[in-house]
Design a protein around this ligand. Structure first.
Ligand SMILES: [Zn+2]
Length: 507
């Protein structure tokens, strides 16, 4: 009986600690989920309980040694609770891309974040820490010999087991996403990209290139590619536009597709560290002004490319694909306008949030043409029709966005070309699958098209003819790097002219 009482106090301690960690940290990742049906709530409630159970395992291990616990628990709880505050209040995305600015930001930016509610919250977190430490001090159990240890090991095994099989995406939620963000930050990247040598030059100096890097847009759902719905009414009316509906990439998520597009890495080859070059390093070498305007927070796999740009503008840096209050892509337009004004030899990249799930957060009400739309984040609760409607509304928004971009760059009378390429496609129910990061005809077929100005057309009739000839061919996203170098006529640097869409591509 005495023994049971002993375990009772231990059970009580872990229940209290886990409830408090649950409220102050873990639950923040669930708070903003758009859910609509009782079944969704129950599924996410179970998800939360399982996640907190795995957290219990790690907390238990931490609590075995009293020195370890006294030293690490207060610090960890405080840091994680402060991050969670911003997740609760502003639905910020927790990943490497938030850890980096938080660690590297200047003090004045940090001071901006300090508000009265934030101070009150921090004080409450401190009181909670004192309370937990007090409970811990009264705990008189050898935790190494308790049956609760076995339960803790099961909890940890559950975490690794689920992660290994990609079940439940526990890594995307607090406290794991922050932990992985820290780990990624402190693991320095292996740089695969070489410096370009000094003798390279280019011949075409009187040109502007605008590269719109899209997100999760599949070629199939564009009206200009023959989709049954007219999702691109404005692009349809634009002259000098050539769509390439048969682009292929096997790389179906942002983190791996973007570094490939922005370098001479081939989709077919494993990363070959001896001969990889970033497109921006070459453009910078021949004195293009490179600008990155991004509505996605950079991931570690491609933040290196962004940093190479002469000008960098981020829209809404602390919200990303896992936030539900993200700013729309149109916020990038004023930045584009200011960059294109600087004459020629501009290379401007617009990195869109595009058509990334959750679709309802990607467009404004005006474009809600197809209804009913999605009303829950839980895909099994939705009909195919709802998901496709919401997705197609994001394409209507894209149509308007690109129309605005083209009208803005048209104003400059110089030779200008726009390349739109989505980083990958999206699966909409084919073979029972949804979204991306998995292979399928639709996820490997990103949308792509070219628009060129009248003066470009007059200067390069041959190139236009080749673009038209190549449009229906099967090409891969390898085209991008080689086409740009071909277009600006790079000398003294080896690239594959045969991959350029401005030449005749063999098929
Ligand atoms: Zn993507």
């Amino acid at each position: 009986m005495k023994k049971l009482n002993k375990y009772k106090s231990q059970i009580y301690f872990h229940l209290i600690v886990n409830s408090l960690v649950g409220v102050f940290i873990t639950f923040s990742s669930y708070y903003h989920l758009p859910l609509n049906y009782i079944s969704d709530y129950s599924i996410y409630f179970i998800h939360f309980i399982i996640l907190q159970f795995t957290v219990y395992g790690f907390l238990y291990l931490l609590s075995i040694n009293k020195y370890l616990f006294y030293l690490t628990f207060p610090v960890l709880f405080f840091i994680y609770a402060l991050f969670s505050y911003w997740v609760y209040v502003q639905d910020i995305s927790i990943s490497y891309s938030i850890v980096q600015p938080v660690i590297e930001s200047k003090l004045d930016i940090a001071l901006d974040l300090i508000t009265t509610p934030f101070i009150i919250y921090s004080l409450i977190a401190l009181l909670i820490i004192i309370y937990i430490l007090k409970l811990y001090r009264n705990l008189r159990v050898d935790q190494l010999k308790s049956p609760l240890l076995i339960l803790a090991l099961i909890a940890i095994a559950t975490f690794y087991g689920l992660n290994k099989h990609g079940i439940g995406n526990l890594k995307w939620r607090m406290p794991y996403n922050l932990t992985y963000g820290f780990i990624e930050y402190f693991n320095k990247p292996i740089v695969h990209y070489k410096k370009v040598n000094t003798n390279i030059v280019n011949k075409e100096n009187d040109i502007n290139i605008v590269f719109v890097l899209g997100e999760s847009v599949r070629a199939k759902n564009l009206g200009i590619n023959g989709y049954s719905r007219n999702t691109t009414p404005q692009l349809k009316k634009i002259n000098n536009l050539i769509s390439f509906p048969n682009v292929y990439t096997p790389l179906t998520y942002t983190g791996i597709s973007v570094p490939q597009i922005l370098s001479n890495k081939s989709i077919y080859k494993e990363q070959n560290s001896s001969n990889l070059f970033s497109i921006y390093s070459i453009l910078n070498k021949v004195n293009f002004t490179t600008s990155w305007i991004g509505n996605q927070t950079p991931e570690k796999s491609y933040s290196f490319f962004i940093d190479e740009n002469d000008n960098i503008e981020f829209i809404d840096q602390f919200h990303d694909v896992f936030s539900f209050q993200k700013k729309l892509d149109e916020e990038m337009l004023p930045f584009l306008e200011s960059k294109i004004k600087n004459g020629t030899k501009n290379f401007i990249t617009l990195h869109m949030i595009g058509s990334h799930w959750w679709y309802e957060a990607r467009y404004s009400k005006k474009y809600r043409k197809y209804t009913p739309v999605i009303d829950s984040k839980h895909i099994p609760a939705l009909s195919n029709e709802q998901i496709i409607n919401s997705y197609d509304n994001t394409i209507l928004y894209l149509d308007n966005f690109l129309n605005n971009v083209i009208h803005k760059i048209k104003k400059s009378k110089s030779k200008t070309i726009l390349i739109y390429l989505s980083d990958h496609g999206e699966i909409l129910g084919e073979n029972g699958k949804w979204l991306h990061a998995q292979g399928d005809d639709a996820s490997t077929n990103p949308a792509m098209f070219i628009w060129y100005s009248d003066s470009f057309k007059q200067t390069y009739p041959e190139k236009i003819k080749n673009l038209q000839l190549n449009a229906s061919k099967q090409i891969t996203t390898d085209f991008f790097f080689h086409s740009i170098l071909d277009l600006i006529e790079i000398q003294n640097f080896n690239y594959e002219k045969s991959q350029s869409i401005f030449e005749i591509v063999k098929n």
